[in-house]
Write a protein that binds this ligand. Structure first.
Ligand SMILES: [Ca+2]
Length: 351
């Protein structure tokens, strides 16, 4: 199916083109059963693709989806999450509405990229169930406090929900295995020259999370701008020919039409988080200290990445601020591998 697609064929033609050097291949965590996962998101086109892959994977036990204001206001992000669950036949996954605005700043949104609804360009079904009565922050606190197995968090939006949960109950950190965050940039921004949207939208929340000492993997713009949705990719997704792939192709076609002309395709930010959780070997990265700028109007929301030296076979050098563990900052992606993974999951339930 997928391997006969335009994109796969094109990739084969380009097989001699090297991907950027992988500095440090990520190790693979192989749990005995499905990974308990919470997805904190603001759908959003790229969030939608991330949810399609995650909810179609047998590798995850998705405990819930927590929505937050971001790409569009909260009433739309939680609604969109429920529409996507209906499309995917995953009415079993509860959707929780979280914070309707950032901690300190006014809400900034991104309708110019995702459309007025957040999911422009495609026809989606109405939700199969109501939004959960419980607030997303309360859900995070309850689940993470009671978790018999640590939970993985996939964060693809401004970090307000997690920050508020950590402020209310810092001890929930014990219930978190890992936080994988799409946000920030090592050497670039996308809403200002130095700031990425999620961190710019709620820089104070990002700062709370990065100062929490949680085990964090950061998926910055430097990686997602290696995973560009071209017309060939969209054609390959559409060629799968099922309702989910048609919606994905329609969304990505709209999203692609909004892209900046200077790029060869539209960066597929959020699905990289799920792809990393499924196939960390497709990514490279390095240990670093990451700080979030919250004081300067000029550089608000910038992620400042200071690489830690990692001696051969040894522990990272350098003084961790307040004893914090290093953040794993990804900097390379095998884009072809990521798209093959996405294609395989849009075709039905995949491993
Ligand atoms: Ca997002």
């Amino acid at each position: 199916m997928a391997c006969s697609t335009n994109y796969a064929a094109k990739r084969g033609c380009c097989a001699s083109a090297p991907f950027p050097a992988i500095i440090q291949r990520m190790s693979t965590y192989k749990p005995a059963g499905p990974v308990p996962l919470i997805i904190d998101c603001d759908p959003g086109v790229d969030d939608a693709i991330a949810l399609m892959v995650a909810l179609n994977s047998s590798r995850f036990s998705v405990l819930g989806i927590t929505a937050v204001a971001g790409n569009v206001p909260l009433r739309l992000t939680e609604y969109n999450a429920r529409r996507l669950c209906a499309l995917l036949g995953r009415g079993d996954v509860p959707v929780f509405a979280g914070c309707p605005r950032p901690l300190l700043h006014n809400l900034v949104t991104a309708e110019e990229i995702h459309g007025a609804t957040g999911l422009d360009g495609a026809e989606l079904p109405e939700p199969a169930r109501d939004v959960a009565a419980q607030h997303a922050v309360s859900f995070l606190i309850d689940v993470l406090s009671a978790a018999s197995e640590p939970v993985t968090l996939a964060c693809t939006a401004p970090l307000t929900n997690l920050a508020v949960a950590l402020i209310q109950r810092p001890e929930i950190a014990a219930g978190i295995r890992e936080v994988v965050i799409m946000g920030g940039g090592i050497n670039r921004g996308n809403i200002t020259p130095v700031a990425e949207f999620n961190f710019y939208a709620d820089p104070h929340a990002a700062r709370v999370v990065f100062e929490s000492g949680l085990p964090i993997t950061l998926v910055p713009l430097d990686v997602t701008h290696q995973v560009l949705v071209t017309n060939d990719v969209i054609a390959s997704i559409r060629a799968i020919g099922n309702p989910v792939s048609r919606v994905a192709a329609d969304l990505l076609a709209y999203y692609g039409s909004m892209r900046r002309p200077a790029l060869a395709g539209a960066p597929l930010h959020d699905p990289c988080v799920i792809a990393y959780l499924l196939r960390p070997d497709l990514f490279g990265g390095f240990p670093a200290d990451v700080s979030i700028e919250t004081d300067s109007a000029l550089t608000m929301g910038q992620s400042v990445v200071k690489r830690r030296r990692m001696p051969e076979g040894g522990r990272p050098e350098g003084g961790p601020p307040e004893g914090r563990p290093p953040v794993t900052v990804l900097d390379t992606a095998d884009a072809g591998g990521v798209f093959e993974l996405i294609l395989s999951h849009l075709g039905g339930v995949g491993a």
